[in-house]
Design a protein around this ligand. Sequence first.
Ligand code: MTE
Length: 320
Amino acid sequence: MARYRPPPIPASEITPEPVYRARREFMAGALALGAGAAWPGESAAQMVMNVSVVEKLQFRPNPRFSTDEPKNTFEEITTYNNFYEFGTDKSDPAKNARSFRTRPWNVAIEGEAEVTGSFALEDLLKPHALEARIYRLRCVEAWSMVIPWIGFPLGELVKRCKPTSRAKYVEFTTLLDPKQMPGQRFPVIQWPYVEGLRMDEAMHPLAILAVGLYGEVLPNQNGAPLRLVVPWKYGFKSIKSIVRIRFTEKQPRTSWELSAPREYGFYANVNPEVDHPRWSQKRERRIGAGSLWDRRPTLPFNGYDEVAGLYRGMDLRKFF
Ligand code: MTE
């Protein structure tokens, strides 16, 4: 059992009740800190009808951590999804997550940290300025996309939680709610969805927690209201709709590893040299670009070479 600790945020800073209740004030704290940028000429709201709540976020573009490759469209990003809690077909999440309730939303911080407890999402986000980062997302099924996320470095939140010296890993858990998530009524994988990172991976500046894309609050099918994005790893590490973050001494047992240990490893770094039993990882199809048969070479660590140092000396075939 995690010990309950009072929130680290002084009561005076907590959003007043009426504001908190106003739907448009979602993440008021985070918004206040943003710089107020927008994607020129792009209105995602016009393109998608199945997003029940479309809200603008304020954020600062971060070119240092962004690719200049052409972005996938909002339509592609929000209609071609893996979110098994809402069905296993790529088109299922957009249909089945429409009425998914993402507010109010609490996140439990547990385990080997000084700051633990249950936090309203608004309070958790309050101190963090939002950034836009255009990342490649490479799925283990050998397709990829380019997505303009809005989020903040995971490492900033980790630091605020003050992990103890015993904390070696961070475990993330998705909401378990078969009433709202029809996919959880079937034993496709072990529910709830669990993922994890080693502490140094979690602290790497490329790892972010995302709350939006294309300047707007995350559509439900993309993991609203809070998801992980780890661009140098296969997409399945980027867990959606997070309700628990736990600091652990032992390596977390992730859902995919438990379901098919030969196919999915804990590290899941994008690696063209190590094939998945069902999909060669040498090449990939960029969704929306070229014909169905066009393939581009997959790059080690999905092209994010700056993380290579995290794995120096490790046999990446063994620790796949
Ligand atoms: N998180 C949860 N909870 N459930 C899932 O099924 N699918 C993963 C990941 N996160 C998944 C998840 C996979 S396989 C991929 S490729 C990405 O989400 C897809 O993210 P996107 O739909 O936003 O592109």
